[in-house]
Design a protein around this ligand. Sequence first.
Ligand SMILES: Cc1cc2nc3c(=O)[nH]c(=O)nc-3n(C[C@H](O)[C@H](O)[C@H](O)COP(=O)(O)OP(=O)(O)OC[C@H]3O[C@@H](n4cnc5c(N)ncnc54)[C@H](O)[C@@H]3O)c2cc1C
Length: 234
Amino acid sequence: MAFFQDMVSIFKKRDLPFIERVQEAEGVYTFRFEKPQEVAWKAGQHGLFTITHQKIKDHTRPFTIASAPVENVVQMTMKISNHPSEFKKAMLSLQKGDTIKLAGPVGSFYLQTDSPVVLVAGGIGITPFRSILKQIEIEAKGAHPPIHLMYLDSNKSYLFQDELDQLACKTAVQVTYLHERNHLNKELDKLISSSTDSQFFVAGPKDMVGAVTAYLQKQQVPKRNIKKDVLIGY
Ligand SMILES: Cc1cc2nc3c(=O)[nH]c(=O)nc-3n(C[C@H](O)[C@H](O)[C@H](O)COP(=O)(O)OP(=O)(O)OC[C@H]3O[C@@H](n4cnc5c(N)ncnc54)[C@H](O)[C@@H]3O)c2cc1C
């Protein structure tokens, strides 16, 4: 069913007017766009974004929609190095009034459970969790399953840290910041032993998602309790 919904959604292309660009950290930028009324997504999903204000060769990339549906704005947050691709150069050149095309949103990386939830983010893999947690903060008003976010970044450059800390104060969501893989594994061990029916959501670069998934399975977490979002391209 989700597959057919994605197939229908991917053919619907909408123009999003650019609002603003904000630098989140060194080499990380957020881009905000107006949300056309008919665009709807589930917190955690991604879209296919196409550059249209310039002619470039490789004009389409998948990006998580990092804003929550209730925020009424479409936000992408991306890493941009000192030698950006043509796509990212074009992103940096967006001016008010320009538009970008969105196809989708698609994907099954969203909460659909009353079981305890463990979210594991690696670096830029925090983007789907920002959307999911923001939606919970604004909408759920305390009525949500137990949620624990484990945020791993080897450089301790935690995106959205202020927002996440505020969210942890206002809701029952727990946030743990980590910078070493073995610390993450120890924290995961505690959560695995405290609940047998936890659902694990893992998002980040391919290697990180692969390693965390392999660790969870080694610790006897069933495959059906692990959802993955690989941010291909890193
Ligand atoms: C579901 C999903 C969600 C994503 N969300 C985010 C996000 O929120 N923030 C973010 O910064 N990035 C996200 N990405 C990654 C993003 O789509 C880009 O791939 C990444 O930002 C690199 O783009 P670039 O233009 O800098 O790199 P490029 O210079 O175009 O590519 C870097 C390298 O990755 C390879 N590559 C790039 N895209 C793909 C692909 N789709 N399949 C296979 N190989 C590829 C290229 O061949 C090259 O070797 C997401 C990816 C996916 C699949």
